[in-house]
Design a protein around this ligand. Sequence first.
Ligand code: F6R
Length: 261
Amino acid sequence: MEIIILPTPEEASAVAARLVARQICEKPSSVLGLATGGTPCGLYRELARMHSEEALDFARVTTFNLDEYIGLDPAHQASFHYFMAENFFRHINVPPTLIHIPNGMTADVPAHCEAYEQAIKAAGGIDLQILGLGSDGHLGFNEPGSSLASRTRIKTLTERTRRDNTRFFAERDTVPHHVITMGLGTIMESRMCLLLAFGRGKAEAVAASVEGPVTASVPGSLLQFHPRTKVIIDVEAANALTRADYYRWVYQNKPAWQTNL
Ligand code: F6R
């Protein structure tokens, strides 16, 4: 794991955007795994800016989102379909046929999940997976206790996650209990992971994921087993790390051949 601590979420998002842009430039047909929520909004804004001002081209990019609420129509303003369209897809040129988001309205959840896994395989696997972190340590919607080998499937949200996400819903207490999420096993097969976390509210989950034991109780900790994960956080989210000074030194003193972004 490489831990990159930056002063603000804006600076962290800019570094993350440069990593995503480099991936796309090196492989124009990249397969990106995408997250929703407050965390990646700055990253998506910066990528959209790079598209309009620097000709960053998404024409051959394929995307797979991590998750979606069961029972929410794609037109619902709190659905992840709606979120992605508003915050990212309508600002870039990714072809709609190459966008994949779990269908929360499917009549057959297990068959849909299996088809989602097959679609990821058929696309050649995920090159770069963008991840946020739940305040309870969840990745995607893999809540604490999720099988470390899990695949795309139905999950039940914890009350804490439902409370955290109430802010995206116009009416309180309407956050669905059930979701479809890529599994931890699915996420771990991505060739590279980019975990973003901002704000004091994420500090404990970041510390547990990066410095704690690997445990299903903190799904983010599974990334310690991933060979290529970058954790990009702001100072607030770094607040509970015991080796923050070391991570900062490593980032600021890389050998010249290890280009910094
Ligand atoms: C969303 C997702 C979740 C969020 C996490 C953090 O697609 O997979 O794991 O990344 O709940 O949410 P925010 O960014 O809103 O704090």
